[in-house]
Design a protein around this ligand. Structure first.
Ligand SMILES: [Zn+2]
Length: 506
């Protein structure tokens, strides 16, 4: 007898339907053959399925059992099909009617005792089921949080093989998962690294506010201890929340990597801070089974690169294209794959290898050649993709007194949100979300300058010999500054502030 069970696999961030066909042919020496899976997975899957069935009280039929995973040309990692294979074997041996498997997608790894274990990639697989019009999806109970974003499909969290069998035989029906809006916990996230805890640094905080409002890449330069790291880590507290569409994009990535957390469903933007020793694949993405890297994990959020010039040159160069396009292309055995990677780059660097070049009190110990080489590590084209450059000065002791009052993240975020709303209206129906994404050809349309602003910009172009790229960057940053003030037109003061954030000599 032949049975067919629907399962799914992921390629990159996309789900692909997999049909698990099981054939049980005649009596005879019992064998179990699986085709359509990589070698190593086959053996492991066979053992798990066989043992899980036995421990659930079902003897494997004494027959030749052949399991085929179709289509064969799609690379599949083994464990996610265990549950579909086990159910398929029971159906092919007449213990579960084939009709009970119609319109259902079954996903999950089995433990030897027959419990259903967590798998990666649940979000793209549920999306796939929706697209294919499959009405019911059976997922591991441990993955159930990941189903929180779906409200128009029946999702059944499965604890173990036995409960699923009972359900399919209609002995004991399982309950559908109903998403209950959880207590809004955004406030908890706000408590971390509040702006109010950072004394002084008003200029740096202002630059972060502009970056957050228009999703502009930003580079902080300063001596060690100036507070670059603290400032950077407080960035998530002033960012606007992820919108529903963005949550889905981000959830897909984290689901495939197996790190989907509650914070994303609460709209907290990702904040990734990989160390400079992280491998190229770890940062950019790729591998034998291509996985998203840090730049994709930072999609719609912040990629914080501390000690920016310490990152290997080839890694930084590989980031240029994603910074431009918002996607990263990685190669795999059969062609290429793309992952989204539209992140806000937040880079921090010291002025020289020892860190104290230009410090008012401590001397720099670096030889001139070392400083030159250090500065050269960051290529012009990469710095060109950063809209805001600021110097973070060492904080004066006076500013650190207890009486010093600083604005809280909440206050700053209120302005950021207002600016975000203006952009939402501006780009309604477009793919652009933030001012930083305005194309040069659209500058005229979205950025109207007053006469004063025009002449100030014209002067700056001549005086500072601004490149075309710097010219457009200045206007885009000024657009965000004007939005923070709720000003329709870009005024001279907005241009003046934007010009302060220009790249000076590194
Ligand atoms: Zn130095």
């Amino acid at each position: 007898m032949l049975s067919k069970t629907i399962a799914g696999a992921t390629i990159g961030l996309h789900g692909v339907l997999i049909t698990v066909e099981v054939d049980v042919a005649g009596r005879g020496f019992p064998t179990l053959t699986i085709v359509g899976l990589p070698n190593k997975s086959v053996d492991e899957s066979k053992d798990r399925v066989r043992t899980a069935l036995t421990n659930t009280g079902y003897e494997m039929p004494e027959s030749r059992i052949t399991v085929n995973m179709a289509p064969a040309d799609i690379p599949k990692s083994g464990s996610a099909f265990d549950l579909a294979i086990a159910i398929g074997i029971l159906a092919a041996s007449g213990m579960i009617p084939q009709s009970a498997l119609e319109n259902k997608m079954i996903l999950g790894e089995l433990s030897l005792e027959g419990n259903v274990r967590k798998i990666n990639g649940i979000v793209p697989l549920i999306l796939l089921a929706q697209e294919e019009g499959i009405g019911e999806v059976y997922i591991p109970e441990e993955n159930v949080e990941e189903a929180s974003i779906f409200d128009d499909i029946h999702i059944f969290p499965v604890k173990n093989l036995q409960t699923l069998i009972n359900h399919l035989l209609e002995k004991e029906k399982m309950a559908t998962y109903t998403f209950i809006e959880k207590r809004h916990r955004a406030d908890e996230f706000e408590l971390l690294n509040d702006f109010a805890q950072i004394k002084g640094q008003e200029q740096s905080k202002r630059a972060l506010e502009v970056a957050a409002a228009g999703f502009h890449n930003i580079h902080l330069k300063g001596t060690p201890g100036a507070g670059k790291t603290l400032l950077s880590r407080s960035m998530p507290t002033i960012l606007p929340k992820l919108q529903k569409q963005e949550i889905l994009e981000v959830a897909k990535i984290y689901s495939v990597v197996g790190e989907l957390s509650d914070a994303i469903f609460h709209g907290v933007r990702p904040f990734r801070s990989p160390h400079h020793t992280t491998s190229r694949v770890g940062l950019i993405g790729g591998g034998s089974t291509p996985m998203p890297g840090e730049i994709s994990m930072a999609h719609r959020g912040v990629l914080f690169l501390d000690e920016f010039p310490e990152f290997p040159r080839n890694v930084l160069e590989a980031m240029r294209q994603p910074l431009e396009d918002g996607v990263v292309t990685v190669s795999r055995a059969a062609g290429t794959l793309t992952f989204p990677a539209r992140f806000l780059l937040l880079a921090a660097s010291n002025p020289c290898p020892c860190g104290y070049l230009g410090h008012p009190k401590k001397p720099c110990k670096c030889a001139p050649g070392m400083i030159m080489r250090y500065k050269k590590r960051l290529s012009g084209p990469l710095l060109d993709r950063i809209d805001l450059h600021i110097d973070v000065p060492p904080v004066e002791v006076d500013e650190l007194s207890d009486e010093y009052k600083s604005e809280s993240s909440k206050d700053v975020r209120t302005r950021v949100l207002a600016a975000r709303k203006i952009q939402e209206k501006r780009f309604k129906g477009k793919r652009t979300l933030f001012n930083s994404e305005i194309r040069s050809s659209d500058i005229k349309k979205y950025c109207v300058l007053t006469d004063d602003a025009q002449s100030m910009l014209k002067q700056a172009v001549e005086r500072l010999s601004l490149s075309a790229r710097s010219y457009f960057k200045t206007i885009k940053v000024a657009r965000t500054i004007a939005d923070l003030e709720g000003s329709k037109e870009i005024e001279a003061a907005h241009i003046a502030e934007a010009l302060q954030y220009r790249a000076k000599e590194l």
